[in-house]
Design a binder for this molecule. Structure first.
Ligand code: PLP
Length: 380
């Protein structure tokens, strides 16, 4: 249970129906993957995003690994991505022998800087993997035009972007492929969990095969083939029904959960306006075409402020506030397997100044006031 005084960084929200649906799955006696709850979740993904095929996976990491298999990434193939991202964006491609090419991010949204992509393209480039940081969209129109001009595929890492849109289009539904995460720390959760959105109809059948151990089992169950056999390289990427049952309770409440998070986000944004006006920190910038999902509230501290002191001060006050990614290009594996494009100055500079504030459904007005109070004291 949550202790009175402490303010955790994240607190998983449950709608109250999770156990009820798990009991239903238990009662149905269908526990393996692709049962009734999985099908409901798939339909939700397809209806809400307009993707050609939505498929639940064990995690967003698994969905990214499926994407690398679907794109048939070969050793030496290059994939353009930000350095400022979670390891899975890179790892999934490196597992196939691919080479992440790290490109700098934009000052405003901290997303892949679309103006730098073209100069990073080489004859080995196969794909672009934009990451929608904090659920705020990358400049997708420019990215898609560039990808089409150069014959590249686009895999949107929308792990944080469920329920966000770009020019009215759901994140994850714009590139050839998109991935979602339902990890406990994300907006809609199933403990561990994720999804692959297949937007190109020509990849849908192969996606099903890769997800079912490389077999055409899904077609067999639909009565489209009279036996199922090994078709190509695949693995087991599908979650069991208990996970899907849990997730279904969350998807049903997706609009309300998003609305509540947005209200908390907006409160921080208002409370922190004076500190921004004093030049002590910068609040998140959401470009006009983007409707975000309040996945995260972060601040960028002014360069003269010592971030560690701010984090220590939060800790003393039992507030769990954290920084975020150590840029991949500066990590041991990033140096071994990836390549940097340019000096990545914005990535290095901003990642060292970023602090994420507690954000979860149920965070009270008073708790947010305390977070802002402790932050104000620490920086002044
Ligand atoms: C959370 C996250 C992932 C990984 O998600 P899992 O479901 O934990 O595998 C990948 N990319 C980004 C940008 C993330 O935030």
């Amino acid at each position: 249970m949550l202790e009175e005084k402490k303010i955790p960084f994240n607190w998983p929200y449950m709608t109250g129906k999770e156990l009820y649906y798990i009991a239903e799955a238990h009662f149905n006696g269908r526990l393996a993957g692709d049962g009734p709850f999985t099908k409901r979740c798939h339909r939700w993904l397809e209806e809400r995003t307009g993707c050609n095929k939505g498929l639940l996976t064990h995690s967003c990491t698994a969905a990214l690994e499926m994407a690398a298999l679907l794109l048939d990434i070969q050793p030496g193939d290059e994939i353009i991505m930000p350095s400022y991202t979670f390891v899975s964006t890179a790892n999934a491609f490196v597992l196939r022998g691919g080479v992440p090419v790290f490109v700098d991010i934009r000052e405003d949204s901290l997303n892949l800087d679309e103006r730098l992509i073209e100069s990073a393209i080489t004859p080995r480039t196969r794909a672009i993997a934009p990451v929608h940081y904090a659920g705020v969209a990358c400049e997708m129109d420019t990215i898609m035009i560039m990808a089409r001009e150069h014959g590249l595929k686009v895999v949107e890492d929308a792990a944080q972007g469920v329920m966000s849109t770009y020019k009215g289009r759901p994140l994850g539904s714009i590139g050839d492929l998109g991935v979602y995460s339902f990890h406990e720390t994300k907006n809609l959760i199933s403990g561990e969990g994720g999804a692959l959105l297949v937007n190109s109809p020509d990849m849908s059948l192969r996606a099903e095969i890769i997800r079912e151990k490389g077999t055409d089992r899904s077609r067999f169950f639909r009565g489209e083939v009279d036996k199922y056999t090994w078709q190509e390289v695949g693995s087991s990427f599908l979650p069991g029904e208990l996970i899907a049952a849990f997730l279904w309770a969350q998807l049903e409440e997706a609009d309300r959960i998003t609305k509540e998070r947005l209200a908390s986000w907006q409160r921080y944004h208002e409370f922190l306006e004076p500190l921004e006006a004093k030049g002590i920190l910068r609040r998140p910038i959401v470009p006009g075409d983007c409707q975000h999902n309040a996945h995260m509230y972060y601040v960028l501290l002014a360069p003269e402020i010592n971030r560690q002191e701010v984090l220590d001060s939060f800790k003393r006050n039992e507030i769990w506030s954290v920084f975020h990614y150590v840029p991949l290009h500066s990590s041991p594996a990033g140096k071994r397997y990836g390549r940097s494009h340019g000096d990545l100055d914005v990535t290095t500079r901003l990642s060292e100044r970023l602090v994420r504030l507690p954000m979860w459904v149920g965070l009270t007005n008073e708790q947010q006031e305390r977070v802002v109070e402790v932050l104000s004291e620490a920086v002044s």
